[in-house]
Design a protein around this ligand. Structure first.
Ligand code: S3P
Length: 195
């Protein structure tokens, strides 16, 4: 499925969303789900600020994610990832993009819930793996059998994503822009019904 660039304008639904809620849109999901790209689409469409936990962790260390894993280990990465969530305290509506493993820590789940509406970007496993295989920048997939590693990770995490998500979007057959459309429509509906 081609990943098209997203439109750049403020659609009426996104403005309505902005006016109705101070809650952020928080994107979760496996590597390859399109969180970063969809996050940028949502940023353009809504005019809201975007925070990407991987980008923030990376800038704190002054290193790429791969370098953080190889130099400091996954444990240290996870600690700083949690610290970033704590710093992203709720208050104003933003777009928050998270790393695929953010749901692994129980304390992160509570922090995510405080931040806003949680959107799980999902896709069938083949599609997800095909997308991540385009780049070799995922430290957790530097194994002898990345396909099996990915499959195990995906199966272990699916229930964690499902438990915390307010909305699930199957992105398998959608462009980034279409995913953003679905998210904005769903978030607006959710906000309206909760009013
Ligand atoms: C990870 C996913 C990565 C990054 C790190 C760990 C994971 O982010 O946070 O490599 O545990 O799934 P993306 O989901 O943006 O690839």
């Amino acid at each position: 499925m081609p990943y098209k660039r997203c439109r750049s304008f403020h659609c009426p639904s996104s403005i309505a969303y902005y006016l109705m809620t101070p809650r952020s849109i928080v994107l979760i999901g496996m590597m390859g789900a399109g969180k970063s790209s969809v996050g940028r689409c949502l940023q353009r469409r809504t005019g809201l600020a975007r925070f990407d936990t991987d980008e923030i962790v990376s800038s704190k260390f002054g290193l790429s994610i791969s370098e953080i894993f190889s130099t400091h280990g996954e444990g240290r990465f996870r600690e700083v990832e949690t610290q970033v969530l704590v710093e992203l305290t709720a208050g104003e509506a933003t777009i928050i993009v998270t790393g695929g493993g953010i749901v692994l820590r129980e304390e992160n789940v509570d922090l995510l819930k405080q931040l806003g509406t949680i959107v799980w970007l999902d896709a069938d496993e083949e599609t997800l793996f095909e997308r991540v295989s385009r780049r070799s920048n995922r430290p957790l997939l530097q194994t002898e059998d990345p396909r099996t590693t990915f499959s195990e990770m995906s199966r272990a995490r699916a229930p964690l994503y499902a438990k915390v998500a307010d909305i699930r979007v199957d992105t398998s057959a959608l462009t980034h822009d279409e995913v953003a459309d679905v998210i904005l429509r769903n978030v607006e509906e959710l906000v309206t019904t909760r009013k």
